[in-house]
Design a protein around this ligand. Structure first.
Ligand code: SAH
Length: 242
């Protein structure tokens, strides 16, 4: 029997991938992943067998990993950022449990909340909620409820999946909901293409965020009542008297 590693490769560039992840990719027999992510590692780990599939083929990808491992292969199932944050760790473990396959290890990576926060300064220096705006697998009503609860709780909020090709207005809808609880001048920021060519970062207010055109490579930060903009930085104080 082989083994399956679910590997978070970080935001997209080799320098931001952990040494542990690299070691595993160098040592495995086959690298499995969504096409875009496989493209990110293909050159550095050339010589490997790659198995790539399209978006929304997650179930098939997990089954394929178990099939490869059952043939005795060491498999690395890659995902961007961290393997366990909107990544492949949960579906793979669910599938492995169903299929009675137990030799699995999860390898963490730098998630967009953390790499994006570093670009903006320190927007999540205090308690934070991560919320995905993708309603492919989650009812929009539940997403709205979570947004409202996070705002009520005065959390900093990091929005993953703020838009996709077919859902252009989710960020604007989310801002509208948040504006029922938060002041329009709430400090916010967003980053695009972390660790890839054309990285962008910008601070703005919640009101301004409403009209920002996000895409699937954007991660959005919404401040708490303590968050402030200082020069180019977005800072959520920890509370030290300075
Ligand atoms: N497992 C990933 C998240 C996958 S969900 C992680 O831990 O980061 C996909 C969403 O993550 C994107 O829509 C975007 O909001 C965010 N994201 C992933 N990679 C990114 C990058 N390089 N730059 C900006 N946002 C990114």
């Amino acid at each position: 029997m082989g083994k399956i590693y679910v590997v978070g490769i970080g935001p997209g560039c080799s320098r931001m991938m952990t040494e542990q992840a690299k070691e595993l990719l160098r040592g495995c027999d086959v690298i499995v992943g969504y096409r875009t992510y496989v493209d990110l590692v293909r050159e550095e780990f050339s010589g490997k067998v790659f198995y790539e599939s399209a978006m929304r083929q997650e179930t098939e990808r997990c089954l394929k990993c178990i099939e490869f491992a059952s043939e005795g292969k060491t498999v690395a199932l890659i995902c961007s950022g961290d393997a366990g944050i909107y990544g492949m760790a949960s579906p793979l473990l669910e599938m492995a449990d169903r299929e009675g396959f137990s030799d699995v290890e999860i390898i963490p990576g730098i998630t967009a909340a953390s790499s994006g926060a570093a670009l903006l300064g320190a927007p999540i220096g205090h308690d934070v909620c991560l919320i995905s705006l993708s309603d492919l697998l989650t009812d929009w009503a539940l997403i709205e409820k979570r947004l409202l609860c996070a705002a009520e709780g005065d959390f900093c909020i990091v929005l993953y999946n703020p838009a996709s090709k077919n859902r252009k207005d989710h960020l604007s809808k989310a801002c509208k909901i948040l504006l029922t609880r938060l002041p329009p001048d709430t400090p916010c920021g967003y980053v695009r293409k972390i660790g890839r060519e054309g990285t962008q970062k910008k601070t703005c207010t919640l009101e301004e965020l409403r009209t920002v055109e996000a895409d699937m490579f954007t991660t959005v930060f919404i401040g708490s009542s303590r968050t402030k903009i200082a020069g180019d930085w977005l800072i959520t104080p920890r509370g030290f008297r300075l």
